[in-house]
Design a protein around this ligand. Sequence first.
Ligand code: GTP
Ligand code: MG
Length: 196
Amino acid sequence: MKVDTVSYVGSFADAHALPRKGWPEIAFVGRSNVGKSSLINTLLGRRGVARTSNTPGKTRTANLYLVNDAFCFVDMPGYGYAQVSKEERSKWQELLTTYLAERDALRGVVQLLDARRTPASADIDLLLSLFDAGRRCCLAFNKVDKLSRGSVRKMIAEHLRILEPDQGTAVVAFSSETGEGKKELWIWIKESMGEV
Ligand code: GTP
Ligand code: MG
């Protein structure tokens, strides 16, 4: 995918405050620190568009980026980070739940998982909520640069046994360090928006 332009649309703490203008959207969700913002930068081929950090809890709002004046990437706050206040956590949860269940413009959801870690109950719950909402979904197993080739396949197979995704769910091994999976993920994103 050739990315010509990227512009920041805005950050939203409330799902109902999101712009009504109907660009199709692809959202990126997953545990805190799993690499959502980094993956967005990798896809866009730009550093620092989406803010990343070593410290979990960096992304605190739904951040929208308009790509090629045609569609938006939505960088969501991560879940499962214990250090944020209960109040803030429930605000993020509300944002995520409402957005995923109700957003008309949403065409596909990329759920990131750390390829090295057994999926947590929060990961499983999120995936189930995506199925319930009838969302098109891609599981991106991230940070595969930290694993050997052989163990990537083995680990992903194990994780899939736990996650039990629907048949239509896409699966991609990804690394923002090496760019692995970038091409495949773009293909899935374009299909999600109906421009195969
Ligand atoms: P929150 O916004 O806090 O939910 O985190 P996030 O999911 O957006 O993660 P972010 O992109 O900020 O990355 C978290 C950390 O993981 C950073 O230190 C990144 O450099 C690192 N990281 C992200 N992707 C990869 C990857 O593919 N491989 C490796 N080795 N490190 C990665
Ligand atoms: Mg982030």
